[in-house]
Design a protein around this ligand. Structure first.
Ligand SMILES: Cc1ncc(COP(=O)(O)O)c(C=O)c1O
Length: 406
């Protein structure tokens, strides 16, 4: 039987299995995008544990909620994301099975309402984006989004919009771009929004890492400005990283449109797609997020916890970059300081990333992406030594002292 299913493109889970099978005691798993503390574990937020305790004490019901999921959750989340009442009045939100589910629901919506639509995708991209878009039947056109030195090209998305057809969509990561760590200044969001308005291009925003870049409001500023300018947009939101609810599968698909008839149509497509796929999303994570966002003391605790994660990522990024610049004397590592979020994209080839894994037990993605949160502070020097050796900088030839390896 001929297969129309997209080819397997995401090596993440295969590499994770290979990492699990690596029996070296000092092997370091820097693969999957999960926040880890200095002990290497992925802790439950204190605010989440507290919310779970109060939910358990109140024994909320487990009855069906319908394909759009928990409306209290989607309302509270939408209020947090978009404080502007004007934007919220144009918004409809459907709970999804995490960020991935939101991406898929919205991709299905774009395909159903624009069969000739192309989605423009900056590369390197989050590996699952292309898979999700093509699985929904959308055409994908990729464009390079980085300059040769690894920094984001400020004109790349504008150029993609200039050649897009009216009705096409542009996939934009809201902040902390995976895998490049690129951060788009608010002014660029505004310029892009005006160019898209002129060309009739719809933004397809994927927000998975808010709070982990420059702070919650700073990370959401770009999409907020864009929605002030544009009449229509779709936004996929993940609660996996910002609340640490990875396996609770909590997210939200949001459609913004000035036109009530188009909102009603979108709602119907999203609900029908959900109903045909999984009927309704799981509720536990949605209740937790709602509890946190609507109880001031829990919300304060949660945002302090999120802030401390963000600050730790910033310290790790600075520490590792300093160590690499010192060791390699190479300007190639300087742009790492401008990256944001959970990941660091190293200027290493696929072959060098393979050596990092095989010779030093440090497991990252072939693209050069490592999970920064997975580097314990005490091991920053060991990681910098290993990267220097595979990169071939001036200190690469010196033997690595065991003590320095942590
Ligand atoms: C850019 C991006 N979008 C969406 C997701 C989906 O996250 P989840 O489905 O776990 O909420 C991820 C997960 O790593 C991601 O990196």
């Amino acid at each position: 039987m001929p297969s129309t299913f997209p080819p397997r493109t995401d090596p993440l889970w295969r590499l994770t299995a290979a990492c699990d099978a690596d029996t070296r005691p000092d092997r370091l798993d820097l693969l999957v995008g999960v926040y880890r503390d200095d002990t290497g574990s992925s802790p439950v937020f204190g605010a989440v544990a507290e919310a779970e305790r109060s939910l358990a004490a109140r024994s909320p019901s487990k009855e069906y909620l319908g394909p759009a999921g928990n409306r209290d959750f989607t309302n509270a989340l939408t209020r947090m994301l978009f404080p502007s009442e004007d934007v919220r009045a144009r918004t409809l939100a459907v709970q999804s099975v995490a960020g991935t589910g939101a991406l898929r629901l919205l991709a299905e919506l774009l395909a159903a309402t624009g069969p000739d639509r192309t989605v423009h995708l900056g590369t390197p991209a989050y590996l699952n984006h292309r898979t999700i878009l093509t699985a929904a039947g959308l055409r994908v056109r990729e464009y390079p989004m980085l300059l040769p030195d690894g920094r984001p090209d400020p004109n790349a998305s504008l150029a993609a919009v200039a050649t897009a057809a009216p009705g096409d969509a542009l996939l934009i990561q809201g902040c902390c771009h995976n895998p490049t760590g690129a951060a788009m200044p608010t002014q660029s969001w505004e310029e892009l929004a005006h160019a898209m308005a002129e060309r009739g291009v719809v933004p397809f925003v994927d927000h998975a890492y808010f709070g982990l870049g420059d702070g919650l409001d700073a990370d959401l500023e770009g999409v907020r400005r864009m929605l002030d300018i544009l009449p229509e947009a779709v936004v996929a939101v993940s609660a996996s990283k910002a609340w640490g609810l990875y396996n609770e599968r909590t997210g939200c698909a949001i459609v913004v449109s000035d036109d009530p008839a188009r909102r009603a149509l979108a709602h119907s497509v999203l609900e029908t797609t959900a109903r045909a796929g999984y009927s309704q999303p799981p509720d536990h994570g949605a209740r937790i997020v709602h509890e946190i966002l609507t109880r001031p003391e829990l919300r304060t605790r949660w945002s302090a916890e999120l802030d401390s994660m963000r600050l730790r990522l910033g310290h790790l990024r600075e520490g590792l970059t300093d160590a690499l610049v010192r060791r390699t004397a190479s300007a190639e590592f300087e742009p790492l300081r401008e990256q944001r979020g959970m990941f660091l994209r190293l200027p290493l080839s696929e072959d060098q990333m393979g050596r990092l894994r095989d010779e030093h037990g440090i497991h990252g993605l072939p693209s050069g992406r490592i999970n920064l949160a997975g580097v314990p502070t005490l091991l920053v020097d060991r990681v910098a030594d290993a990267i220097t050796r595979v990169h071939g900088g001036p200190e690469a030839a010196r033997p690595v002292l065991t003590g320095a390896r942590g």
